[in-house]
Design a protein around this ligand. Structure first.
Ligand SMILES: Cc1cc2nc3c(=O)[nH]c(=O)nc-3n(C[C@H](O)[C@H](O)[C@H](O)COP(=O)(O)O)c2cc1C
Length: 225
């Protein structure tokens, strides 16, 4: 009887050990499956991160301006005519605007072209005059095209435009001058600015009267090569 009981006990022990072994194996299997899953997840995460990094690098290369825009419209305007044109160009081209603000604002006396001693007459008679600019520095980084606008004063660009173009490096930029006037054409004003800038691919500019329509501006812009 004792023998039978010990035989049964041994058989039960053997069975329960075998069952434990199976359970351990299955836990191990689950663990390694989990590890595999984690590793796969890690790989996936790494790939996504890399792709995300790569795509953000691509994005940076495509849009390196803070605003993500390709076009910058720079302008100086003493009485608002050129400002209006600049704003319309920026709207049409989805560009950013930068206003050249003089350190010393031009008063109506300063703008009196009938006065030989007015500030503007003196400045335009002095090709070396370089009026100061109060507006903060602008970065050209990321812009492909820069429109640059001004009123015609005595057949030329105001001297403050020379202050501006001599301060910046236009390398790699397409620069498109535009101006407003009562009747004079753009003349050599864009070419002189290009010479004084000494860098950039300056295209022929265009003169406008007061308040050109957006359609007129659009057809000029779409025809620019
Ligand atoms: C000092 C001065 C000189 C000017 N000289 C000319 C000129 O030579 N030819 C012309 O057609 N208009 C001339 N104008 C008119 C301006 O070019 C015109 O009003 C321009 O659209 C003003 O632009 P703004 O309002 O952006 O300053 C002159 C204006 C000023 C104040």
């Amino acid at each position: 009887m004792k023998k039978i009981i010990s035989l049964i006990t041994c058989a039960m022990l053997a069975l329960s050990l075998a069952a434990c072994g199976g359970a351990t194996e299955s836990v191990t299997t689950q663990t390694s499956a989990t590890q595999e899953t984690k590793e796969t997840t890690k790989e996936t995460e790494a790939t996504v991160t890399e792709e995300t990094n790569a795509s953000s690098e691509d994005t940076t290369a495509e849009q390196s301006t803070e605003s993500g825009k390709d076009v910058l419209v720079v302008y100086f305007s003493a009485t608002g005519t050129t400002k209006d044109v600049a704003e319309k160009i920026a709207k049409i081209t989805n560009g950013d605007l930068y206003e050249i603000v003089p350190e010393q604002p031009y008063t109506s006396d300063d703008l009196n072209w009938n006065d030989k001693n007015s500030r503007t007459t003196k400045e335009q008679n002095d090709s070396k005059a370089r009026p100061g600019i109060a507006s903060g520095d602008v970065s050209f980084d990321g812009y492909k095209t820069i429109y640059i606008g001004y009123p015609i004063w005595w057949g030329e660009a105001p001297r403050i435009m020379d202050t501006f173009v001599e301060k910046y490096n236009f390398d790699g930029k397409t620069v498109i001058p535009f101006c407003t006037s009562s009747s004079s054409g753009i003349g050599r004003s864009g070419k002189i600015l290009a010479e004084n800038a000494g860098s950039g691919n300056w295209l022929d500019g265009k003169r406008f009267g007061a308040g050109p329509s957006e359609d007129d501006l659009r057809s000029w812009i779409s025809g620019i090569q």
